[in-house]
Ligand binder design. Sequence first.
Ligand SMILES: Cc1ncc(COP(=O)(O)O)c(C=O)c1O
Length: 386
Amino acid sequence: MNYYDLEKKYIFQTYKRNPILFVKGSGKYLWDDKGKRYLDFLSGISVCSVGHCNPKIVGAIQKQSKELIHTSNLFYTKPQIELAKILSGVSFGGKVFFSNSGAEANECAIKLARKWGNGRSEIISFMNSFHGRTITTLSATGQKKFSKGFEPLLKGFKFANFNDISSVKKHLNKKTCAILIEPIQGEGGVCLANKDFLIEIKNICKKNNLLLIFDEIQCGLGRTGKIFAYKNYGVEPDIMTLAKSLGGGLPLAATIAKSNVAEVLGYGTHGSTFGGNPVCCAVAVEVLKIVNNKNFLKNVENTGKYFIEKLKELQKSYSIIKEVRGQGLIIGIELNTDGKEIVKKCLQKGLIINCTQDKVLRFLPPLIISKKDVDEVISVLKDALK
Ligand SMILES: Cc1ncc(COP(=O)(O)O)c(C=O)c1O
């Protein structure tokens, strides 16, 4: 039996996978079992930002795994504390809770907001958002297609229209304790929040004593050309969630909260067996060393600008392209038609991209790419669009 048949037999059929078996990765490339090389412009959905099997990451795994792999959170470990200090320093000076996935980071943020609300328990989220696949995070997600069949969902979430402040005000009431938003909706089709909108939201939070929660799981950690997407807006959250690229390919997530907020979760109110695992944290320290660097971030910003320019040029020749949008290296092309066939054509030509919301081609390359890689992608796209 081949691997495709074995997968069908032994694994839940929840993923519609492409028929490719990857066996090797290095930098921006992946190789399949037949030796074909692919340029990876998806990076494991915004995970392998510093490239596949980056020597610094491999080194950190090797070093830490020889010293200590796990202890439980009943004890102290150095990498976890070191990482928390770095995350606090590069963000807004708060405290960190570590978990293993984006959904868990948001789960923690939601628990924290409710406990802090002390009786106020409603959270305003947004249409078209995505916050994870657990029942709580599905309940917070503004896309019905993900929660269909899993009802009843958790009560206490209201959904406002993205970039529409009057819609936010409409959902505000005495029970509201927080506003939860992705500065850039990733799964929702790479939709950017307007600066004025986020500033207004912050004002509403201040005026009504609400917590502002930014889900930067997909758009954070250098992806937009700034260490966090919110730094493009000059709007600071009270809580921020991170996952995906934080662990450099290992499972790690963080919920960062201002200290006066974090303190409402006291002893025994939250926990995770693996959260803040020493190996994952040692890797994340390396990820941050690489990403939180002026030249590195400048390259993300410049390459992203160049990529968007080139895509906009492409738009002039291909009426199938409705809109190009993005910031740094989180970029989407909205088409007038289904994007599946184009993704398939790109894969045949050795380029990995993805399609979200049926019609949005999404690009989330490793942050180490150059303009030359962008040129290659544009040439493949031209062929595929034809
Ligand atoms: C913005 C955002 N939040 C949360 C999640 C959930 O993360 P995970 O799949 O690690 O639970 C995702 C995953 O795509 C995401 O993009």
